[in-house]
Design a protein around this ligand. Structure first.
Ligand code: EPZ
Length: 429
């Protein structure tokens, strides 16, 4: 298993190209199941999760072609996928595949909407929380799907097609909103979604579906109205930049000091995160080229943060912020409200010399003057990158184990950081 070795203590200088958003790419690829025509996605990141989803879609008969480089494109440009679900040969998503990536459960929506049936494995457990799918199932039932759960599988049927209806989410759910939008796009009549998630990735999917001929209004707000259509066409769509990758590298610069341009990063997708990083002492300036982050000399200031759905502070940046706060001049408090078990990184950060107390959903971090390198274990995608951020500022060498977690969501992380002066390398096997 690959590991990453980091020797800390260097400041970061240069440019980091931000990749396309993982959490927009996955639902966009799944949305291809809604049409017989080809969906072309540009700026797709090269991630393990994208590769796995290609396999999962292939299982349903989807043909995915990776577009070659176009003249003038650099190695850093995302890939272009040509996705064709002309013929769906199987409406079952097996446990072996779904259990490896929860978001693949979302295929249930386009399959039942287009084919009138779907049999999808329940995703199973997850390191960061129980993560049930009851609200996704509720949304499909509100659109007239008959649901049966048996042997760890969800069977959804709508022989005469889905019917528009009202969906009121009792809590904000990104997956639930994606599922409801995709299903309602081909339903007969009007669907109204209340208390919808309005993450930028939701808006990106809705924009793409509207290019395919859907009639979705209000995406990006908590009330979405969808006029169902009988058929969707093909389209070409560019994936938005990854706001979580942007925030992660901004935290790394705030941690080590330095001056870095996050190329293609968009401040409007991450304002709450950037406000907190500025509060911690980094200078943030949005330019046409991206977001510039600098921290010179001034120490790291403590902050108080509560994670929340967009536009609040994203839970997917919570672990990275905790790493930054381990070296703040004072006491910070971070409250995690989205997932009930998203503090797996705490004991690993303590191994590097951090002082962190946990009390239910709240973590109290006493900043320390120095961290000390040590072997640490990655447990999930965001927890693993928080260990990288801490290691960049720790004295001596840190070895991060199980970096396959990182590869799920960060494209060529060690190359991007090394290009800015970090002493970081991957040790294969
Ligand atoms: C998406 O997960 C993201 N994943 C997550 O990113 C992100 O942390 C999360 O949204 C919140 O922003 C992708 O986009 C692929 P939710 P999702 O439904 O859709 C509960 C990463 O690191 N809930 O908004 O699964 C749920 O348990 C990943 O890239 C129910 O109770 O999140 C959680 O506590 C991790 N019943 C809360 O709602 C349901 O049916 C929010 O979950 C659905 C959700």
């Amino acid at each position: 298993m690959d590991r990453i070795r980091i020797t800390g203590g260097r400041t970061l200088h240069g440019t980091i190209p931000i990749s396309g958003a993982k959490n927009a790419t996955l639902p966009l690829m799944i949305a291809s199941l809604l049409t017989e025509e080809t969906l072309i996605l540009d700026n797709v990141p090269r991630l393990a999760d994208v590769g796995l989803l290609q396999r999962i879609l292939g299982n349903h008969g989807v043909d995915v072609m990776v577009g070659g480089k176009r003249p003038g494109e650099s190695a850093y440009d995302g890939q272009t996928l040509h996705i064709s679900a002309a013929r769906i040969i199987d409406t079952t998503a097996p446990y072996e595949l779904v259990s490896r990536m929860r978001a693949s459960f979302w295929v249930i929506a386009p399959l039942v909407a287009r084919m009138g049936e779907a049999k999808v494995s329940l995703p199973g457990g997850c390191a960061i929380g129980t993560r049930p799918v009851d609200l996704l199932i509720m949304a499909l039932e509100r659109l007239g799907a008959e649901i049966e759960i048996d042997g760890g599988y969800v069977m959804a049927r709508a022989r005469n097609g889905l019917k528009g209806g009202e969906i009121v989410f009792p809590r904000v759910t990104v997956g639930g909103t994606h599922t409801a939008i995709m299903a309602a796009a081909l339903a007969q009549g009007t669907t109204v979604i209340e208390n919808a998630a309005h993450e930028p990735e939701i808006k990106d999917v809705a924009d793409c579906l509207n290019r395919m001929g859907a009639r979705i209004g209000g995406a990006g707000t908590s009330r979405i109205v969808i006029e169902g259509v009988s058929k969707l066409g093909g389209a070409r769509h560019r994936v938005i930049p990854d706001r979580i990758e942007t925030g992660t590298y901004a935290m790394a610069v705030a941690m080590t000091g330095g001056d870095v341009l996050l190329e293609n990063g968009r401040a409007d997708l991450l304002q709450a995160g950037l406000d907190v990083i500025a509060q911690a002492g980094a200078e943030i300036s949005a330019t046409n080229a991206g977001i510039r982050v600098t921290r010179n000399g001034a120490g790291i200031a403590p902050v108080e943060v509560v994670t929340a759905p967009f536009p609040g502070f994203p839970t997917d940046l919570q672990a990275q912020l905790m790493a930054l706060m381990t070296r703040a001049r004072g006491t910070s408090r971070i409250t995690e409200t989205i997932f009930e078990n998203r503090f797996m990184h705490v004991q690993e950060l303590v191994r590097l010399g951090a002082h962190i107390q946990l009390d239910g959903e709240r973590a109290t971090i006493e900043g320390v003057r120095r961290l000390q390198g040590a072997p640490v274990m990655a447990t999930d995608l965001r927890a693993s990158v928080s260990l990288v951020i801490a290691a960049l500022a720790a004295e001596g060498e840190t070895m991060v184990n199980r970096v396959y977690h990182l590869d799920r969501g960060f494209e060529r992380l060690e190359d991007k950081l090394a290009a800015c002066g970090a002493a970081i390398e991957r040790i294969s096997g």
